[in-house]
Design a protein around this ligand. Structure first.
Ligand code: SF4
Length: 352
C-alpha cells in the first residue's frame, strides 16, 4: 500500500500543484516565511501577506534589520502576533548565530525561535531536500483517512502514530516534492468537508473510504471552552492628539497598539468617574459610546465598547500621545482597525 500511495500522490501532485512563489523559488527564507504565514491563514489570503513581506524585506538580512513595530504592522490582520515577533527574532539569530546564512542542519533550524518540529521539517525538506516528513493539519487528515485511524488526533499518541506512518511514506529520493504533495493533496483533494473521493487516485487504497468513515475522520475531542471578554476602549483625545498604549506580550495581540483599555467582567457601560478612577486622564466631556459586535478569535469572544472622550491635555511620560493622522502607522489589532474604518475618531468640527 505504501508504494501505491506514494506514487499516486506524486502523479496527482504533478497534475494539480498550484504555482506559488515559495514553490517556484524554494529558498529557505521563502519557505520559512510562507510556512509561518500559512499557520495563520489559507494560501489565497496568505499569498498577499507573503508578497508584501518579500517586497518590503527581500532578504532575511532586511527582515533582521527592520524595526519590530514595522514587522508587526505588516503582520496586522493575521493574528497570533507572537509569530511575527519570533520571525523578527529568528532573523536576527540567523545573522548572529549562523553568519547570515540560513542553517541547513535540522537541529540548527529547530534552534530558531518559533520554529517547531513541523516548520523545521518543512524547511529541511522543501528547501534542502532532506527526508523529514512534515505532519501538519492537512497531512494528519490525509494519513488518518488513508489508514482509517479512529483515535482522537488531540492525543499525542495518535500524532506519534501518524508521524510514524508519514516517515514510512516519505519518498527519500524526492523529499521536497513528496512533502508538498502530501500537504497539497490535503488542501485541495482530501479536504475537511466534501473530499473528492469519487475522483481520488487513492480511493482503492483508502481504508476510511472502504470502511465508510471518511466524514468522521480525523476525530477530535470536544473543543476547549471559549473565553468571553469585555473590553472598554477609551478613545481619549484633545486637539488632534490621541492617547494610545502598547499591549504586553503575555496576552492576545502582544506588542500591538490600542486605545486605553479597561477590561471588565460584564458589558456594563462605565461612567466618567469610573474611567477617571482607572486611568491617568481627566475627562472633559463624553461623546459617543459605540458597542461593537462580537469579535471572534480562535479561543476567545471579545465584546468591545468604544468611548469617544475629550480629555484635558496630559503630560505623562508613561502615556503614548500621538497625532491622530499618525495613528495608521501603528500596528493595531484587527478589532480596532475595523472600528477605525467605520467610525470617525474626532469629529471634523473639533479637528479644525
Ligand atoms: S478517497 Fe477520499 S478520504 Fe480517501 S484519500 Fe481520497 S479523498 Fe481522501
Amino acid at each position: 500500500m505504501i508504494e501505491v500511495v506514494r506514487k499516486g500522490l506524486q502523479s496527482w501532485y504533478e497534475q494539480h500543484k498550484r504555482t506559488l512563489p515559495w514553490r517556484s523559488k524554494p529558498e529557505p527564507y521563502y519557505v520559512w516565511l510562507s510556512e509561518v504565514i500559512l499557520q495563520q491563514t489559507r494560501v489565497d489570503q496568505g499569498l498577499s501577506y507573503f508578497n508584501t513581506f518579500i517586497k518590503t524585506y527581500p532578504s532575511i538580512q532586511d527582515l533582521a534589520a527592520a524595526e519590530l513595530d514595522d514587522v508587526l504592522k505588516l503582520w496586522q490582520g493575521l493574528g497570533y502576533y507572537s509569530r511575527a515577533r519570533n520571525l523578527h527574532f529568528a532573523a536576527n539569530q540567523v545573522i548572529t548565530d549562523f553568519n547570515g546564512i540560513f542553517p541547513e542542519n535540522y537541529e540548527d533550524i529547530l534552534s530558531l525561535k518559533g520554529v517547531g518540529s513541523y516548520t523545521a521539517a518543512a524547511i529541511a525538506s522543501i528547501a534542502f531536500n532532506q527526508p523529514k516528513a512534515v505532519v501538519d493539519g492537512n497531512v494528519i487528515r490525509v494519513i488518518s483517512r488513508l489508514f482509517d485511524i479512529t483515535a482522537s488526533v488531540n492525543h499525542t499518541s495518535t500524532i506519534k502514530e501518524i508521524q510514524a506512518l508519514a516517515d514510512e511514506l516519505m519518498d527519500i529520493n524526492n523529499p521536497s516534492s513528496h512533502n508538498q504533495s502530501m500537504m497539497e493533496f490535503g488542501a485541495l483533494q482530501c479536504t475537511p468537508k466534501n473530499p473528492k473521493c469519487e475522483v481520488c487516485p487513492l480511493e482503492t487504497s483508502c481504508l476510511a473510504k472502504t470502511n465508510g468513515h471518511v466524514s468522521m475522520i480525523p476525530l477530535k475531542d470536544k473543543k476547549v471552552k471559549r473565553r468571553t471578554r469585555y473590553f472598554n476602549y477609551i478613545i481619549a483625545h484633545y486637539e488632534d492628539k490621541l492617547v494610545i498604549s502598547q499591549r504586553g506580550t503575555d496576552d492576545i495581540w502582544g506588542g500591538l497598539f490600542e486605545f486605553l483599555l479597561i477590561e471588565n467582567s460584564s458589558s456594563n457601560i462605565l461612567t466618567p468617574s469610573e474611567i477617571e478612577g482607572l486611568l491617568p486622564i481627566s475627562v472633559k466631556s463624553v461623546g459617543k459610546i459605540n458597542a461593537e459586535k462580537k469579535h471572534v478569535l480562535s479561543h476567545q469572544d471579545i465584546y468591545a465598547n468604544f468611548y469617544h472622550i475629550e480629555i484635558n491635555p496630559v503630560k505623562d511620560d508613561k502615556l503614548n500621545i500621538v497625532a491622530l493622522d499618525d495613528l495608521h502607522t501603528f500596528a493595531l489589532p484587527r478589532l480596532i482597525d475595523r472600528y477605525l474604518e467605520n467610525h470617525e475618531v474626532i469629529s471634523g468640527e473639533k479637528r479644525h
